[in-house]
Design a protein around this ligand. Structure first.
Ligand code: WT7
Length: 651
């Protein structure tokens, strides 16, 4: 059992009720209320979701709430709406025009407070500029930006005109950006000259220029953020301040079909090729809206800080759309959590009086390591609710978060979901469901989550199985861009009639879900999802590599770390120089997030008689476990011994 597994068992019986005052003021105030709401949504999903959707603005009503069965479901057919209108115009119509929509702080300390009215004006200007440049409804636009207001403005402007955005995390390399541009059929890139990260400039425009060598586009719109020198291609490249600032701030949001594609977001699967997850307008909007409202139990005066980058689904659903759909002020911070000092987050919370903090376990573990003195220097009493997302949280990090950051008064919502689900699926409703460190507790109303065996039969309490969702939900992905067969196969091909998430989990006797992690070849490094094959493909694309196998090993800080086993080409020898070269090669191919922690060289990799690499053995080796289990299918057991002998003398 892993260390966190042992911890979970030890702390499993600890549970924490929300403080009485919190529960009293909550939307859902007790377990009984949650259960009644859950039952209601389960028995009458159409009634439940139509009520939720009716809280939003529709240009035209839907004729059919939900159509089709897994895998091909659609929602709100016949309905027309506009997500950006709901985020902006609808809030202004409710009287929130002067309320702060985006509270921004850049890494160098520059600040902006943008009201809903100002944000609408900026989004309309950007929408008009995109239309002027020739971007039309249905066109695909890549957004490769730092965490600055213009990133949210660009997303909202695309959503407003019906252009399909594909945000690419600024930490991805030019190569990864080029792959996404080609796969998504991108014609327009919105970027910045650079972004600030730990006091240096991340050269985004340069990466775009490099990507466009192999993946040309028609136009590039560039925000001036760092004033670093950039190269320029006349006719193709346009400054944001020339185009957007000069455009009209009036734009009527068109009615878009509920199933009009809203965005494509790439995420790693089990193969080397990332999947372009496609979300649509109406269903995604309803999911993002409802989950934000319920999970974060939003109040009018909340200052909501979700620390995710907009390059990930969490940034889409909670930094931008979910918050604005609820008329909530969203805090946006550009830079690193430890710049200039390890207390930047706590300083931001104290300064901006953030009431909700939503971050990743890997960040919490880093804060723990940096020491209590950093948060203790600041007044964190504005916080009333904490959240985590992205990977299982180990109970000791959970307890630290509760005590040191939350002052034992803030409930913690451990939210389980995925790029594919569009919005949170499993999470405590903080006033209603007592929390247990390490458990994401129960499904949200309208979410039918189960733990089943390979045959789809529900597992008994405490028996590990596959986490599935067995009824459609509005914000589910509709397809994988350009590969509907892969969509059907990946999510619905494993367990008959059910959406299979790729995670293993169990339910305790109280019905609480405990997510254990991926059961496929997807790994989770600092909450970032990567496929072992993706890293292997990057490694074997290097001319000195004959073969590579990549596995994860447990890592105290990152959750998992990447370990690569590499067989060099004939005539090449493993060395620390080659190791450094290969690490850099992976960074160039994918991005720094995929940089292997360890590279081990071996003359051959352990394989079965049929030629499949025995990953289980490599995993054990990488984790320092003594290899157990059946090795009789091993082609050449001596290879394993050789590998084991070499393990530890990396470089
Ligand atoms: C995978 C999805 C959607 C948020 C960011 C990640 C893991 C996510 C939890 C959690 C345990 C979690 C799962 C999932 N995961 N949240 N609360 N507890 N594991 O999105 O990149 O699509 O990754 O992240 O393994 O399958 P993503």
């Amino acid at each position: 059992m892993s260390e966190s597994g042992i911890e979970s068992v030890l702390t499993e019986n600890r549970s924490f009720e929300a403080p009485a005052a919190f529960a009293k003021a909550a939307r859902v105030k007790s377990l009984g209320e949650y259960e009644a709401l859950y039952r209601r949504a389960d028995e009458d999903p159409d009634g439940y979701w139509s009520e939720v959707a009716s809280e939003l603005h529709w240009h035209a009503p839907w004729s059919s709430l939900r159509s089709g069965v897994f895998p091909d479901c659609t929602w709100f057919d016949g309905g027309e709406t506009n997500l950006a209108f709901n985020c902006l115009d609808a809030q202004i119509a409710k009287g929130l025009g002067d309320k702060t929509a985006i509270l921004f702080e850049g890494e160098p300390g520059d600040q902006q407070s943008i009201s809903f009215s100002e944000l609408r004006a900026k989004v309309c200007q950007c929408a008009n500029a995109l239309l002027d440049l020739g971007v039309a409804k249905g066109d695909r636009v890549a957004i490769y930006m730092p965490m600055i207001p213009e990133a949210a403005i660009a997303m909202l402007a695309c959503a407003r005109i019906g252009a399909v955005h594909s945000v690419v995390f600024g930490g991805f390399s030019a190569g990864a950006l080029a792959d996404r541009i080609l796969d998504a059929g991108i014609e327009t890139v919105i970027t910045a000259d650079g972004g600030w990260r730990r006091g240096s400039v991340l050269e985004l425009k340069k990466n775009v220029d490099d990507a466009l060598v192999t993946a040309p586009v028609k136009r590039v719109l560039v925000v001036k953020r760092c004033a670093n020198p950039v190269s320029w291609q006349e006719g193709r490249d346009h400054w944001w301040h020339d185009r957007v600032d000069a455009a009209s701030s009036e734009h009527q949001a068109p009615a878009l079909e509920a199933e009009h594609p809203l965005f494509i977001l790439y995420t790693s699967g089990t193969t080397g090729k990332p999947k372009g997850i496609v979300h649509t307008t109406g269903g995604y909007m309803v999911g993002a809206y409802q989950s934000t409202k319920l999970v974060f139990d939003l109040k009018d005066d909340d200052i909501f800080w979700c620390t995710a980058d907009v390059g990930w689904i969490t940034g889409h659903s909670y930094v931008v759309y979910g918050a604005l759909l609820n008329g909530t002020t969203t805090l946006v911070y550009e830079g690193a959590p430890n710049h200039p000092q390890p207390d930047r987050f706590w300083e931001l919370i104290a300064k901006h009086k953030a009431t909700i903090l939503y971050t990743a376990p890997t960040a919490i573990r880093a804060f723990m390591r940096w020491g209590d003195e950093w948060p203790n220097k600041h007044d964190l009493s504005s916080l009333r609710l904490l959240g985590t997302v992205g990977e299982p949280i180990n109970p000791s990090a959970w307890m630290w978060y509760r005590e040191v950051i939350g002052g034992e008064r803030c409930p913690i919502v451990d939210t389980w979901w995925q790029t594919e689900t569009g919005s949170i699926m499993l999470s405590p409703l903080p006033g209603a469901i007592a929390t247990k460190p390490g458990s994401c507790t129960r499904p949200l109303p309208g979410v039918s989550a189960k733990i089943v065996d390979k045959q789809g039969v529900e597992c008994a309490a405490n028996v590990g199985g596959f986490l599935v969702i067995d009824k459609p939900w509005p914000s589910m992905l509709r397809t994988i861009n350009g590969d509907h067969d892969r969509f059907v196969q990946t999510y619905f091909g494993e367990i008959e009639g059910k959406y299979f998430a790729g995670d293993g989990a169990r339910r305790d006797p109280d019905g609480y879900f405990w997510v254990m992690g991926r059961v496929d070849d997807v790994i989770n490094v600092s909450g970032h999802r990567l496929s072992t094959m993706e890293v292997e493909s990057a490694l074997v694309s290097h001319p000195k590599v004959a073969e590579a196998a990549v596995v994860a090993k447990p890592d105290e800080l990152k959750g998992q770390a990447i370990v690569a086993f590499v067989t060099p080409m004939k005539g090449e020898k493993g060395s620390s120089a080659l190791s450094a070269e290969l690490r850099q090669h992976v960074v160039t191919q994918i991005g720094a997030l995929a940089r292997p922690e360890e590279i081990h060289f071996a003359d051959a990799l352990p394989k079965t008689r049929s030629g499949k690499i025995m990953r289980r053995l490599l995993r054990d080796l990488a984790s320092g476990n003594t290899t157990a289990g059946d090795v009789s299918t091993l082609e050449d057991a001596s290879i394993l011994t050789t590998l084991a002998a070499q393990y530890g003398d990396e470089e």
